[in-house]
Structures are given as structure tokens and as C-alpha cells.
Design a protein around this ligand. Structure first.
Ligand code: NAP
Length: 471
């Protein structure tokens, strides 16, 4: 009876996990999706606590208390902009946990082997897979966290023969695993631990050559590895809920990584092995400095304010700079002031604006900007030709016309906004420096573009005040 109730709990939890993922596919449904996922996880944990195999609860309660304390502390202290770091950190714990569970299970099997009980090939294969991916996820996520946090250099660290070395180490570990699966009775224990050590080492080596700004794709991929490791744990422990939730996590993480790479118009292999951000891969200096000597229209706050006040329709394009400057509330205030004057304000959201999926949506939601005025690239691209003014807030690559026109550009083919079609463009950024891709932006030198240089938040507050004072 208890076992049946546990399985029913797992079934409900699995359905809630699927509904959670479905909810996360749109910003409006996101909060509800997260809530359903939380309820699903609570049901899965409570159902597991009724398992016959559990003989004492003290360690479990201690673990729950420590984990919950760390989780609450991290969530309360970390700002929204540090979300990729937080996710990297929690994946590291997930990877370590699966790896440790795998090692503990293997030790039990090894003891059994001494008593003549030969483990099944499926169990050994699942455990090996779990430990290899779990340990790789642990060190890989710690590296991603270090790169995002600036504790390790964000620049790709490369050397000759690096990819060959990493791929050889990975296939070496797989060969060792295959040997253990084929000879479960005679394979020595050191093989299992060597494979585990290779996983830890590979997590470090595989992330070293990837640039800091590509870390969101790496984190999403490591998320998928953690899911696959959990799925393998499910096979080893004969737990249906782990198999289902691990498979959901593994496949959604992989899909997200592929979609992110596609939205940047880069192949998955280019993200993982291309060392993007070095002079070799982009053909430009990694310092991010734009070419000097070209002329551009540097405008004052008053000039920009006058253009906005004369506009009936304005499209705001937020980018990574809005996140850096935390300008989302100032954008909302300026938009509200414009709307009060009868101007229509829309927000154009690029799928890879910022540094993580949904980055702009999260920040604008935090500032209580309504979902109704947020438009995806496909929905708004034709509106630029009819807009009186476009306000670019710390965006660069996502408004670079070279993505449409310059075949030699590393961002060629990435879908970008048709900003240059609008009557006036006001760009808020601190300097003429390049963005993530290191590519110069021709838009900044167009005759109808005004550059208002300075921190985006300060400039927006200045524009708001200038409008209030009637300048
Ligand atoms: P971007 O091309 O990186 O440009 C951001 C601009 O913000 C910079 O040119 C910078 O110029 C400006 N900026 C920085 N701090 C600022 C501040 N305090 N005030 C005002 N401006 C500031 O950003 P994007 O247009 O959002 O494009 C995103 C890029 O990241 C794409 O190339 C995308 O492929 C890549 N990417 C995205 C994701 C994702 O999931 N969203 C993941 C990985 C990579 P100054 O230094 O002159 O101020």
C-alpha cells in the first residue's frame, strides 16, 4: 500500500515537473510554472521519505536543514543579475551529490563482489555514467561560477592540441567504463575511481577554453549533464522519479543550449571549442576597443530629450548594459513619462540580449513593466520603419546591422533589429567600445543616430528630469 502511494506521489510530481517546464516557456506563465515545479519537488521528497529503505532520519533532517539554510541565504543575498552564477553554484552541488551517491553505491557493490555477488552490467554502466557526468558537472560548474564572478580569467585559456587532449581524455574514460561493463566481476576498483577523477579533471579542462560570456550556454549544457547523471542514478537505484526528472532536466538543458547557440548564429561546436572572444576567432582585438577616427553624433541630454518629446512612438531596446547599470527602473519611469505625454512605448526583446536567456524579461518584470508592451524580434521588426525614435539602452550586438550585411563578420546571420529603419536612434552607452562579440557597430556612425555617452541609469534619470523640466 505504502509503495503504491509513493508511486502515485511520483506520478503526480512527474506531471507537475512537465507542467513546470511548459509554464517556463512564456514569461506570463513563468511564475506559475516555478510554483508547480516546487510543489512537484515537495511531493517527490515527501514520498521518498516514506521509502522502506530509509532506516534513520537524523542525517536526512540535518541535510535538509543545512541545504535549506544555504539555499535561502543564497536566494536572499544574490541580486537578479547574478542569476547565472547562482545557477552554476547549485548545479555544482547537484553534480557533486550525484557523484557521491554513485561512489557510495559502487562501494556497496564492491563489497558484495568480495562475497561473490556480481553486479549487473546495467548497474555498473549506469553508475559509471552517473559518476563521470556528476564529477564533470561539479568542477565544470565551479569553473563557470569562477569565470562569471571574475575569480578566474574570463578570457578563453587555450593551448595547442587542447581539444584533442580533452576529447582523448573523455573517450579514455568511456573506454574504461566499457571495460568495467564488459567485465563487472574482474574490473579492478581503481578503474572506477580513475574514471571519477577524469570526470573532475575534464570539468576544469573543458571550461578553460570557453570565454566568460559564453558561460550561460555552458551552464545550460552542464545542467543537462546533471540531469543525465540523475537519470543514470535512477537506473542504478531503480528510482522512476529520478529517471523521469533526470530525463526532463537533461533534454530541456540540451535544447536550451542549442537554442541559445542558434540565436547567436553560432554552432554548438563553436561555443564549446571555438574559444570565442580571442583575436583568432573574431579577427578583432579582444580588448573590445572600436576603431578610432570615425565621426559620430555625440548628443547632449537636452538634444535626446527634445527628440523623445517630439515622438509619438518610441521603441526601447534593452541590452546587457541595462543589466550592468541596473537601469530597468529608470527605463520604466522614462517610458511612463513619455506615455503620459501621449507617446506609445514598446519594448523590443532580442532572444540573446544580455547574458542569459530571458535576461531582459526578468529585469523588466522586476521593474513591473507589463508583458503586454514586450515584443519579440519577429513581432516588432516591421514596426521600426514606423517608429519616430528608438532608444537603445546598453545594447550593441543585437542592433548591429553587420549581422545582416557583412558576410565576414563573426555575427553575420544572427537575427538583429531593423533599428536603422526608424527616423531617429538614440544610443545610451558609456563609450564607443564594442559589445560581447568584439565587433564594431556601424549603427553608431549613422547620420540618424545620436550617441549619449555615460552610464545608462544616470543618462535615463537625466532624460527623465530634462523632460520634467520641459527641456
Ligand atoms: P552587448 O553586445 O554585449 O553590448 C552591451 C553594451 O552595453 C556594451 O557595448 C557596453 O558598451 C554597454 N554597457 C555596459 N555597461 C554599461 C552601462 N553601465 N551603461 C550603459 N551601457 C553599458 O550586449 P547585447 O546587445 O545585449 O548582446 C548580447 C550579446 O551577448 C550577444 O552577442 C549574444 O550573442 C551574447 N550572449 C548572450 C547570451 C544570452 O543568453 N542572452 C549568452 C551568451 C552570449 P560600453 O562599454 O561602451 O558602455
Amino acid at each position: 500500500m505504502t509503495e503504491q502511494l509513493i508511486n502515485l506521489g511520483y506520478l503526480v510530481a512527474s506531471i507537475l515537473f512537465i507542467l513546470c517546464l511548459r509554464g517556463l516557456s512564456s514569461p506570463e506563465q513563468g511564475k506559475r510554472g516555478i510554483f508547480l515545479g516546487e510543489v512537484g519537488m515537495l511531493i517527490a521528497v515527501v514520498a521518498t521519505l516514506f521509502k522502506m529503505e530509509i532506516v534513520r532520519y537524523d542525517f536526512i533532517i540535518a541535510g535538509l536543514l543545512i541545504g535549506a539554510t544555504i539555499g535561502i541565504a543564497i536566494s536572499a543575498r544574490l541580486p537578479m543579475t547574478k542569476m547565472p552564477e547562482r545557477i552554476a553554484f547549485s548545479h555544482a552541488f547537484g553534480g557533486l551529490a550525484t557523484s557521491l551517491v554513485g561512489v557510495a553505491e559502487y562501494m556497496k557493490l564492491h563489497e558484495g563482489l568480495a562475497n561473490g555477488i556480481v553486479p549487473s552490467r546495467l548497474t555498473i554502466g549506469a553508475l559509471g555514467f552517473e559518476v563521470l557526468l556528476g564529477s564533470l558537472t561539479f568542477t565544470g560548474s565551479i569553473m563557470a561560477f569562477g569565470k562569471l564572478q571574475g575569480l578566474i580569467t574570463g578570457a578563453p585559456v587555450t593551448w595547442k592540441g587542447q581539444n584533442v587532449m580533452n576529447i582523448s581524455a573523455f573517450f579514455g574514460a568511456i573506454a574504461v567504463l566499457v571495460y568495467q561493463v564488459v567485465f563487472p566481476d574482474t574490473a579492478p576498483a581503481w578503474m572506477f575511481y580513475a574514471m571519477c577523477a577524469t570526470g573532475f579533471m575534464l570539468g576544469i579542462l573543458a571550461v578553460l577554453p570557453i570565454g566568460g560570456a559564453d558561460m550561460p550556454v555552458v551552464i545550460s549544457l552542464l545542467n543537462s549533464y546533471a540531469g543525465l547523471a540523475a537519470c543514470a542514478t535512477g537506473f542504478a537505484l531503480k528510482s522512476n522519479i529520478l529517471i523521469i526528472s533526470g530525463a526532463l532536466d537533461g533534454s530541456s538543458g540540451l535544447l536550451l543550449s542549442i537554442l541559445m547557440s542558434r540565436a547567436m548564429n553560432r554552432s554548438f561546436a563553436n561555443v564549446l571549442f571555438g574559444a570565442f572572444g580571442t583575436a583568432d576567432s573574431t579577427g578583432v582585438s579582444p580588448t573590445g576597443k572600436a576603431a578610432v577616427g570615425k565621426s559620430y553624433n555625440e548628443a547632449t541630454l537636452e538634444d535626446a530629450s527634445a527628440v523623445l518629446q517630439a515622438s509619438q512612438s518610441v521603441i526601447v531596446i534593452p541590452g546587457y548594459g541595462m543589466a550592468v547599470s541596473q537601469a530597468q527602473h529608470a527605463v520604466r519611469d522614462l517610458a511612463a513619462a513619455l506615455e503620459k505625454r501621449g507617446c506609445e512605448v514598446k519594448y523590443a526583446i532580442h532572444p540573446v540580449a544580455g547574458r542569459m536567456p530571458g535576461h531582459m524579461n526578468v529585469l523588466l518584470a522586476e521593474a513591473n513593466v507589463s508583458y503586454d508592451v514586450l515584443y519579440d524580434l519577429d513581432m516588432i521588426n516591421d514596426d521600426f520603419a514606423r517608429a519616430d525614435a528608438v532608444l537603445v539602452v546598453g545594447a550593441n550586438d543585437v542592433v548591429n546591422p553587420a549581422a545582416k550585411t557583412d558576410k565576414s563578420s563573426p555575427i553575420y546571420g544572427m537575427p538583429v533589429f531593423n533599428v536603422e529603419a526608424s527616423r531617429s536612434v538614440i544610443v545610451l552607452k558609456r563609450s564607443m567600445n564594442t559589445g560581447f562579440s568584439g565587433v564594431e557597430n556601424e549603427l553608431f556612425f549613422h547620420p540618424n543616430t545620436m550617441m549619449v555617452l555615460g552610464d545608462a541609469k544616470k543618462t535615463l534619470i537625466g532624460l527623465f528630469n530634462a523632460m520634467k523640466d520641459g527641456h
